[in-house]
Ligand binder design. Structure first.
Ligand SMILES: [Zn+2]
Ligand SMILES: [Zn+2]
Length: 253
C-alpha cells in the first residue's frame, strides 16, 4: 500500500509541482518536462549569449580575430592594473533576467543553473590553488539588498572550482557616495578612494598561502572602472592580479 502511494505521488508530482524554468520561472510543459536537454526553457536557452573569445587579454574588450589577444589600443596607452580579464556571458536577455532576479529578488535558481552549466569552463579558468577576492559592495547597497552579491558569487564559484575565497582582504572605505548620484569626473574620483586593503592584509595573505592566481571577482562589468580600481588597490600585494566578471554589458563587449 505504501509503495503504491509513493509511486502514485511520484507520478503526480509534475502535476502538483510543475517543473519551472530556473531562469524565467515559467512552468515547463508537463508532457515534455525538459523541453531542452539542459533543463531550462527553449526561449531562455536561446537568450544566453556567451562572451566573445576574441578579446583583449588585459581588459577583455572584444577585438577582431586577427588582433586578439591584443593588447587593444586603450591598453597599449593605459595598461590596466590587472594582468588578465575574463568574462563568461554577455549581460542581456536570459543572463540579465537570471542576474536581476538574484540581485533584486534574492531568487538564485537562474544564477545557480548558469554556474552549474558552466562548471567545465569555470574549472578551466579557476584552479583549486587560486584565491578569489570579491569586489566589496558599498554599504548602502548591502543594507538595501541584504546580500553581498560578489561575495555570494565567489562562494558559488568556489563550490564548483574548489578555489579559496577571502572576503576580508579588500574593503570599501567609509560612507561612500552613491555612484548614480555623481557625474563623469566625480564618479572616477569617488571610485579612486573607494577601496583599500585591510591593515592586516599581509597576515591574511600568508594564511591563505596562495599557490595559484589571485582574482578580483565582480558579477557584472559595465564600464570596467570599478573592477579596474579594485585591481589597482590589490596591486599593492606584489602579486599579479587577474579580473573576472560573470557578465559584461553588450556596449562593453
Ligand atoms: Zn525560461
Ligand atoms: Zn584592452
Amino acid at each position: 500500500m505504501f509503495r503504491l502511494s509513493t509511486r502514485l505521488l511520484q507520478h503526480l508530482q509534475p502535476y502538483i509541482f510543475p517543473p519551472a524554468c530556473p531562469i524565467c520561472q515559467k512552468n515547463l510543459n508537463i508532457d515534455q518536462p525538459t523541453p531542452t536537454p539542459y533543463g531550462c526553457c527553449a526561449d531562455c536557452l536561446q537568450g544566453i549569449h556567451i562572451a566573445p573569445t576574441n578579446t583583449c587579454f588585459h581588459c577583455g574588450v572584444s577585438m577582431p580575430e586577427s588582433l586578439a589577444p591584443g593588447p587593444c589600443g586603450h591598453c597599449l596607452t593605459q595598461p590596466p592594473p590587472q594582468k588578465h580579464t575574463r568574462n563568461l556571458f554577455v549581460y542581456r536577455d536570459a543572463v540579465r533576467t537570471a542576474l536581476l532576479a538574484w540581485k533584486l529578488q534574492g531568487q538564485s535558481t537562474g544564477l545557480h543553473w548558469l554556474l552549474q552549466s558552466s562548471s567545465p569552463t569555470l574549472q578551466q579558468i579557476f584552479s583549486p590553488h587560486d584565491l578569489l577576492i570579491p569586489v566589496p559592495m558599498p554599504l548602502y547597497r548591502m543594507r538595501r539588498s541584504g546580500l553581498h552579491h560578489s561575495a555570494d558569487l565567489c562562494q558559488r564559484i568556489a563550490q564548483v572550482t574548489s578555489s579559496q575565497v577571502c572576503h576580508t582582504l579588500l574593503r570599501r572605505t567609509g560612507n561612500h557616495t552613491r555612484q548614480s548620484a555623481l557625474k563623469g569626473k566625480q564618479r572616477l574620483s569617488n571610485l579612486r578612494k573607494a577601496f583599500t586593503l585591510t591593515d592586516d592584509y599581509q597576515i591574511q595573505l600568508a594564511n591563505c598561502n596562495v599557490q595559484g592566481k589571485i582574482w578580483v571577482v565582480d558579477d557584472i562589468l559595465t564600464t570596467g572602472a570599478t573592477l579596474r580600481h579594485a585591481c589597482k588597490v590589490m596591486k599593492k600585494i606584489q602579486h599579479p592580479i587577474f579580473a573576472f566578471a560573470l557578465a559584461r554589458t553588450p556596449s562593453n563587449t
